[in-house]
Design a protein around this ligand. Structure first.
Ligand code: FEO
Length: 397
């Protein structure tokens, strides 16, 4: 499959309808994804990025139907991660001497993955490549989301090939933002931002400002995953600026795991107290052992505050909570307040461990948390409701 997306640009990627896990098991994919590769036919012919390795042969066969591979003048590798460089070994079997334009760091990552010494041409921000009516301008985008990442801007038709930034794991044959379901598109774009780009938010702001300062017209943004932004493409840039500015909505999330429902009942009583104290706030509860971890992290990303609960198990935490806290440490959410809770029968270290992990993740904790022995009785539930009410006050401070 391939299709034209402009006078000179043809999409030659792969829609992966089956993908359900990405980055190993680090990212859940509910709607498939696409690996977007773009063929530019100007006076020179340019291929931007390839696809993930399992689709390498299919990609090259498809590309051959579109063009004689020898006619490709330049290959641009905006990023070395193998969901985009994975088909290079197959492609380079046919055209081993063609130059691959990429950053210095991408030479390292591509060589590291593929162990080939291809004809790399290192580029940095501001370097250009004349391809005929259009000119390619390279813009390094370190840590968005790897140190090797860059974007390629095509001056003339004014298209930004943004690689992972502005992308989504969202398979659709419709491929354009004005054709797909807007709610689905933004849900996937936010999940992608929350789970992949959050650690780099200050750099997102800086890079976007740098591009704004360049004062370049942008008619279309072509990311390396998912849907292409052609209708008011700057909408996703403006949205990224909001998400990068320590985003929050009027929402409190309560995440817990539970063995015999004690911690679940605690979560529900705390939620009741929160709702009594603040009728406007959205409160959502998630059992982390039963719900998707990346969806939960997206809900935390949207929240102004959250609570994490676990029973004490073997002087530690339930593994789903332990895993979630580790992911939160890596993501480094900002501008959120939190607290811990949990039931216990004997030693009861759970809340202390959660509070400590939250602090290590850079989250402001409002207190040392609340724990209850065994299964909460009516008296305990009243305490927990009061705790929820106090939490609403505490996060205002
Ligand atoms: Fe960072 Fe889509 O790879």
């Amino acid at each position: 499959m391939s299709f034209k997306i402009g006078d000179t640009i043809t999409w030659t990627g792969k829609i992966d309808w089956e993908l359900n896990r990405f980055h190993g098991d680090e990212y859940s994919v509910h709607r498939g994804t696409s690996y977007n590769s773009y063929l530019i036919r100007d006076e020179k012919t340019v291929l931007i990025d390839t696809v993930w390795a399992p689709f390498a042969k299919e990609f090259v066969e498809n590309l051959k139907k579109e063009i004689d591979l020898d006619e490709i003048d330049y290959i641009i590798a905006n990023h070395g991660e193998i969901d985009h460089s994975g088909a290079l070994p197959e492609l380079m079997r046919y055209i081993p001497d063609k130059p691959i334009y990429c950053t210095k760091n991408a030479v390292r990552s591509i060589k590291g993955h593929h162990h080939e010494d291809w004809n790399f041409v290192e580029v940095k921000t501001g370097d250009t490549l004349d391809i005929g009516k259009n000119k390619l301008v390279f813009v390094e985008a370190r840590m968005l989301h790897w140190p090797d990442t860059m974007m390629t801007y095509m001056a003339g038709e004014n298209v930004l090939f943004s690689n992972d930034a502005f992308g989504q794991h969202y398979a659709s044959e419709l491929m354009f933002n004005d054709l797909v379901d807007r709610e689905e598109l933004y849900r996937e774009a936010m999940k992608y931002y929350a789970n992949i780009l959050t650690p780099f938010s200050p750099l997102v702001t800086k890079k976007i400002q740098e591009v704004i300062d360049m004062n370049i017209p942008i008619n279309m943004i072509c990311p390396s995953h998912g849907i292409i932004w052609r209708d008011n493409p700057l909408q996703i840039v403006e949205t990224y600026l909001k998400w990068a500015a320590d985003y929050q909505e009027n929402q409190i999330v309560i995440v817990y795991d539970t063995m015999w429902n004690g911690t679940r009942k605690m979560a529900e009583a705390i939620a009741e107290g929160i709702k009594e104290a603040d009728k406007d706030v959205t409160v959502k509860l998630f059992n982390s052992a039963k719900r998707d971890k990346n969806d939960i992290l997206t809900e935390i990303f949207k929240s102004k505050a959250f609570l994490i609960g676990s029973p004490t198990i073997n002087k530690g935490l339930a593994h789903s909570i332990g895993g979630l806290l580790e992911m939160m440490r890596g993501l480094g959410f900002k501008n959120k307040k939190a607290a811990s809770f949990g039931s216990y029968g004997w030693s009861g270290e759970g809340i202390k461990l959660i509070t400590q992990a939250l602090k290590e993740a850079g989250i402001a904790t409002v207190d040392d948390g609340i724990r209850e022995l065994w299964n909460p009785d009516d008296e305990a539930k009243e305490r927990l409701k009061a705790y929820g009410k106090n939490f609403v006050e505490a996060i205002k401070a």
